[in-house]
Unconditional design. Structure first.
Length: 182
């Protein structure tokens, strides 16, 4: 984990759902800077890769980090136009010491405006978890035990809200088909 402290950090991810890897990064960002600007990526999409609404996703993020002062969460739509998206983000996020992403395309866009760092830079080695959203969604689509892949509070929220059942009903087959070997 980086020992450096920052005044302001920004990160956009889809967070669908917030999993244990995301949770470690979110906690690391909040610990590293008094101002953290988070974006819910593809907030205007509702599909197999984005099966939770922006409000549901925001609730999951808040379950992990609470509501600390200096942390803001914004809906960041997918515009299908990288340069326009970069300009929107720069306006929405304002000045930052660094933008955090593991997405090579997003990094290439944001380097023009910000110093780009990787999420792993904010997570101590013993807290790193190799999980991605696709793995969680596939386990959920299979009706498998996806709960250990997300923070307990997020699992409780998904179950209590029936979001796992809704996901399986609306996107389960599509998710499994996309995961099937070619």
């Amino acid at each position: 984990m980086s020992a450096a402290r920052f005044a302001a950090l920004g990160m956009v991810a889809r967070w669908k759902p917030v999993h244990r890897g995301h949770a470690a990064v979110l906690r690391g960002l909040v610990a590293a800077a008094p101002r953290v600007v988070l974006g819910i990526g593809s907030s205007n999409r509702y599909d197999a890769r984005n099966p939770f609404t922006a409000d549901e996703t925001r609730a999951m993020v808040r379950l992990v980090i609470g509501d600390p002062p200096g942390v803001s969460i914004h809906d960041v739509p997918d515009l299908g136009d990288g340069p326009r998206w970069r300009a929107l983000l720069a306006e929405m996020f304002g000045p930052l010491d660094a933008f955090v992403t593991d997405n090579p395309y997003v990094a290439s866009l944001m380097r023009e405006r910000y110093v780009v760092l990787r999420p792993v830079d904010f997570v101590a080695p013993e807290e790193r978890v190799a999980i991605d959203g696709t793995r969680v969604r596939v386990a959920m689509a299979r009706g498998g035990d996806w709960r250990p892949l997300v923070p307990p509070a997020v699992a409780e929220y998904i179950l209590a809200s029936g979001l796992d059942a809704r996901f399986r009903r609306e996107f389960g087959l599509e998710t499994l088909a996309a995961d099937a070997p070619a």
